[in-house]
Design a protein around this ligand. Structure first.
Ligand SMILES: CC(C)(COP(=O)(O)OP(=O)(O)OC[C@H]1O[C@@H](n2cnc3c(N)ncnc32)[C@H](O)[C@@H]1OP(=O)(O)O)[C@@H](O)C(=O)NCCC(=O)NCCS
Length: 204
């Protein structure tokens, strides 16, 4: 990844963000769910879903005050989506500007892009009953497509101990460019894997 001429993701994706408009909701033919933008009215149901995932998967592992609303709604968020199946919310993903410093630095170095050329996929979760049906992949695709439309290279970070999630990103064709230690203000430490999206121009 380092051999690429330094530039902006904007150039690499053809500068389509000049006429950027949010993408319309779309249905996922494979899994039968609709991927659409998150609305404020979704939050109570979504928080219930996130609570179940938190209990089952310990995701997120770091949750100050148990505040799932704050976890889902970040000031840093560019956009967010839900997956809806027959009127029920079964998944969520968001696109953020930033992640932690070590994550941004490694992704930026690996892609040879400035940090403001990166779009961070975050807050991906799927209801346990809806897993392994393609919902996660379609949410990931929705957020990645939006990032590319904005001229941002999609990247993400995931705890190394989340083996299932790491296997998922591998299966989705993302590249693990390395692992970093992240230390929070309260000295909580995590080891995280940093992934970057495939280079579509190389068919990767
Ligand atoms: C990780 C997660 C989002 C995957 O969602 P999902 O809807 O089950 O994923 P998909 O059905 O779209 O799977 C896409 C591919 O990944 C594979 N995959 C998904 N979960 C996997 C797992 N736990 N282990 C191995 N492979 C997995 C699928 O088999 C599928 O492969 P295929 O295309 O060859 O059939 C979901 O398990 C989840 O919400 N986990 C808890 C929260 C979490 O860890 N989020 C990520 C935080 S960074």
């Amino acid at each position: 990844m380092r051999s690429r001429t330094r530039g902006t993701a904007h150039h690499m994706f053809g500068g389509r963000n000049r006429s950027y408009r949010p993408r319309v909701p779309k249905s996922c033919d494979a899994c039968g769910v609709e991927i659409r933008h998150r609305a404020d009215a979704d939050l109570p149901e979504l928080i219930g879903l996130a609570k179940g995932v938190h209990q089952l998967d310990d995701y997120p592992t770091y949750l100050p005050n148990g505040d799932l609303r704050a976890f889902l709604i970040s000031h840093d968020q560019i956009m967010s989506w839900v997956a809806e199946d027959d009127g029920l919310i079964v998944g969520h993903v968001a696109l953020h500007r930033h992640s932690s410093r070590p994550v941004m630095e490694l992704a930026s170095t690996s892609l040879d892009l400035p940090e403001d050329g990166l779009g961070v996929i975050a807050r991906l979760l799927v209801a346990p009953m809806s897993r392994r049906t393609g919902v996660g992949r379609h949410l990931l695709d929705a957020a990645s497509t939006e990032a590319r439309e904005l001229g941002l290279w999609p990247v993400l970070d995931v705890l190394t101990r989340y083996e299932g999630a790491n296997a998922f990103y591998d299966r989705c064709g993302w590249t693990r460019v390395g692992d970093v230690m992240v230390t929070l203000r309260d000295d909580t430490r995590f080891e995280e894997a940093v992934y970057v999206a495939p280079d579509l121009h190389r068919g990767g």
